[in-house]
Design a protein around this ligand. Structure first.
Ligand SMILES: *Cc1c(COP(=O)(O)O)cnc(C)c1O
Length: 370
């Protein structure tokens, strides 16, 4: 209210995430976000038809936009947001992209390259000089950091500044980090994309995506193009899914904190396990990838042997999940065959360890004794 005292300092993300997107603080206003199920609106108002706008979308977009520091657009899936961001590449244009990243992005770039629509310069995102050198004459820089599932971390400030200097549009997939840990727009990115399916919604119950554009003149121009793509290609989100995502977003800080703390403990213990050849974890975040001694069959057996951990694809939910990524045919070859991606959830860490430790021990026991 206007006569309440102004906050002494900007509110922390953990405070803002709880209430962002709420309509106003007028007496009698609803505290929960509206779930609006309508395909059309009475004439002479703002929005005409629900493929172009919905109040539930707006609440979620306000919240995510504020967390990322830009203007958000919600999509029917992460891949729909990826497709909208890739529509910024002119026909015949050049994209600089990681050689190993989320397989849907790697696949779509490959298909579009085969169709003659664009050229891809594939780079190792950890080799900063190599990425910068690849930017000359490029149209778009695509980054993911940490990468899925190798958990490689890119030097975002350097790469995004280099892209900006060369007039190359930059997109960062911020699905793994979340805006609580990393805000690429503040580091110079033009567009951030998310699989909202993962941490932002956080409960493995919706498939959704988002694109967030920078609050600059260039960013606003990109926003118009991404919005037009959403409206004309029609990859729009169902309001119920978006409402669930906003409800999930309210606890993002708690989930990210707890899952990240669990992941640190598990990564440390996994490094000492005889059935684990290598542990990948950047020291933050809740995804840990391990390489299992005994090859892909042993890795599959570990995934099948857990009881608390769910053997399934996807990540970022409250439940711990694990999967051998190469079981998926389109996974980049750079991903080792025996790699298990662990998405650490918010359960009791000792239960998670006991379950994983026992599953790993079981493959050691199955090894031929001679
Ligand atoms: C899952 C994922 C996507 C694709 O999102 P969907 O919601 O499955 O369409 C994109 N990027 C990353 C890093 C992902 O993990």
């Amino acid at each position: 209210m206007s006569d309440s005292p102004a906050p002494r300092r900007p509110l922390a993300p953990a405070t803002r995430v709880v209430s962002l997107g709420r309509e106003d603080d007028a007496p009698g206003a609803q505290v929960g976000a509206p779930l609006v199920l309508t395909s059309t609106y009475r004439a002479n108002g703002g929005t005409v038809y629900a493929r172009t706008g919905n109040p539930t979308w707006s609440a979620f977009e306000t919240a995510l936009g504020s967390l990322e520091g830009g203007d958000a657009l919600v999509f029917s899936s992460g891949m729909a947001a990826v497709a909208a961001a890739l529509s910024l590449v002119p026909h015949g244009g050049t994209v600089v992209a990681p050689d190993a990243a989320y397989n849907g992005v790697v696949s779509t770039l490959g298909h579009r390259e085969e169709a003659g629509e664009l050229t891809v310069r594939r780079v190792d995102v950890t080799a900063t000089d190599e990425v910068v050198a690849a930017l000359d004459g490029a149209d778009l820089l695509w980054l993911e950091s940490p990468t899925n599932p190798l958990l490689e971390v890119a030097d975002l400030p350097t790469l995004l500044a280099a892209a900006r200097e060369r007039g190359v549009t930059s997109v960062v997939d911020n699905t793994f980090a979340t805006p609580l840990v990393q805000r690429p727009l503040e580091l110079g990115a033009d567009v951030v994309v998310h699989s909202v399916t993962k941490y932002l919604s956080g409960h493995s119950d919706v498939v959704l995506g988002a694109a967030v554009t920078a609050p600059t003149d260039a960013g606003r121009a990109l926003h118009e193009r991404v919005l037009l793509h959403r409206t004309l290609h029609g990859a729009i989100a169902g309001p119920l899914e978006v409402w669930l995502a906003l409800r999930g977003l309210r606890t993002l800080h708690l989930r990210v904190e707890r899952a990240g703390a669990n992941a640190l403990v598990l990564a440390d213990r996994l490094r000492g396990h005889p059935a684990v050849e290598r542990v990948r974890h950047p020291g933050w975040g809740a995804v840990v990838s391990i390489e299992v001694a005994g090859g892909p069959e042993a890795a599959e057996r570990v995934a099948d042997a857990t009881r608390v951990w769910v053997h399934s694809t996807s990540l970022g939910g409250v439940e711990s999940q694990l999967e051998r990524r190469r079981r998926i045919a389109t996974e980049p070859r750079a991903v080792p065959e025996n790699l298990l991606r662990l998405s650490v959830g918010v359960e009791d860490v000792e239960d998670l360890w006991d379950d994983l430790d026992a599953a790993l021990d079981s493959v050691l026991g199955e090894r031929p004794s001679s």
